[in-house]
Design a protein around this ligand. Structure first.
Ligand SMILES: Nc1ncnc2c1ncn2[C@@H]1O[C@@H]2COP(=O)(O)O[C@H]2[C@H]1O
Length: 269
């Protein structure tokens, strides 16, 4: 058989699976390329902020995340802080919108989420600092504020303990609302946190909200810090969107913003 004919035949070949079903070769190729993990990060909904259409922002986010999941499997999503706007009574109403998500979700506390640790845990069922293990990946979710809405660095002792506990994991992803590097006016510079991260080569990315006008990726000590614009609130990028992150089979990260209908700012890390 000539090489050309052989290639043609292979590309139209089928594979007989163990259960007797047949998988076309191209489908097998697609499966091989599929991301091993896909998640969404969205920040700054500011539920209850006066003069904003906050109910519509929450409905739109949930609609778009569910749509993404139907188009391409999404393992979970993270709402990275400033879920509500100051009044703690909004917290359970905001949660009722997220409960319409058809995928699991995680939350972090931002400076407008003015809840005590007890109030936070009562609504979400998790503390203000917590971790989640998914396969060989660890996800660390940390608070950067308190009941008064103070801008704070992450809890160094908690992160030290968790980074040590997960040092054998292939990848660690960290979610904190306020940027711990002084790139923006509203960041909280934390050299201690930065030098802690440097010691753990499996830290693959930090995700930040807070700066609604930031939609890109900044790098410190070789670690990417990813922003995701905002999905609510009264200022920031012209669109209200979110970030999608795909961990590929070869462990590279493919990430992009949905604005929320179009894919923008694609990057491979
Ligand atoms: N264009 C802007 N409009 C409103 N707030 C802004 C703007 N640019 C920066 N900020 C600040 O960014 C901060 C982000 O956190 P806060 O919502 O607590 O408060 C916000 C403002 O102080």
């Amino acid at each position: 058989m000539k090489r050309k004919d052989f290639i043609k035949q292979v590309s139209f070949a089928t594979f007989l699976l163990a259960d007797g079903s047949i998988l076309p070769a191209f489908a097998e190729e697609l499966l091989a390329k599929k991301a091993s993990l896909r998640f969404i990060v969205a920040s700054d909904g500011h539920f209850g902020q006066p003069n904003t259409d906050y109910k519509a922002y929450f409905e739109n986010l949930v609609k778009h995340i569910n749509l993404q999941h139907r188009q391409q499997y999404v393992d979970f999503c993270v709402i990275n802080g400033d879920i509500i706007h100051d009044d703690v009574n909004f917290l359970s109403t905001a949660k009722s919108y997220f409960d319409d998500l058809i995928i699991p979700y995680f939350v972090t506390q931002g400076n407008h989420d003015r809840a005590t640790p007890e109030e936070w845990e009562r609504v979400w069922g998790v503390p203000t600092n917590y971790d989640y293990v998914y396969g060989n990946n660890a996800f660390l979710f940390g608070t950067t504020s308190n009941t008064e809405g103070k801008y704070l660095p992450p809890d160094i002792e908690w992160f030290k303990k968790k980074l040590e506990e997960h040092k054998k994991k292939k990848n660690v992803f960290i979610f904190i609302h306020i940027t711990p590097v002084k790139w923006t006016d509203n960041a909280v510079d934390s050299p201690e946190f930065q030098s802690l991260l440097k010691q753990y080569k499996n830290v693959r990315a930090i995700f930040n909200g807070h700066d609604h006008d930031q939609e890109g990726i900044k790098t410190q000590d070789g670690i990417p810090y990813m922003f995701d614009a905002h999905f609510g609130g009264n200022w920031g990028t012209a669109y209200r969107g979110f970030r999608i992150v795909e961990l590929q089979k070869n462990n590279t990260i493919l990430t992009y913003i949905m604005n929320p209908d179009t894919k923008i700012n694609e990057a491979v890390l």
